[in-house]
Design a binder for this molecule. Sequence first.
Ligand SMILES: [Zn+2]
Length: 90
Amino acid sequence: MLTIPCPWCGDRHESEFFCGGAYEKARPARPETLSDEAWVDYVTVSPNPAGPLVERWWHQRGCGLWFFLERDTLTHDIRPLFDGEDHEPR
Ligand SMILES: [Zn+2]
């Protein structure tokens, strides 16, 4: 079981959250220039490193807001990435 630190609500059980996936995948600047294979890779392949990964999380059964955190896929250690007002990754 994970304890997820919501920037607004504090530490809560993982069952209150939905993981929106990896954040590290930037949208191609000019998608019309990509090959079909490259576009399919962008749309369907998610990063899955053995180690730290920045993810988007939604506090679905709480405040209803999205935020980012870093989760180690091997140890499940969680590091909050939010600070200030924007709650974007540092
Ligand atoms: Zn919350």
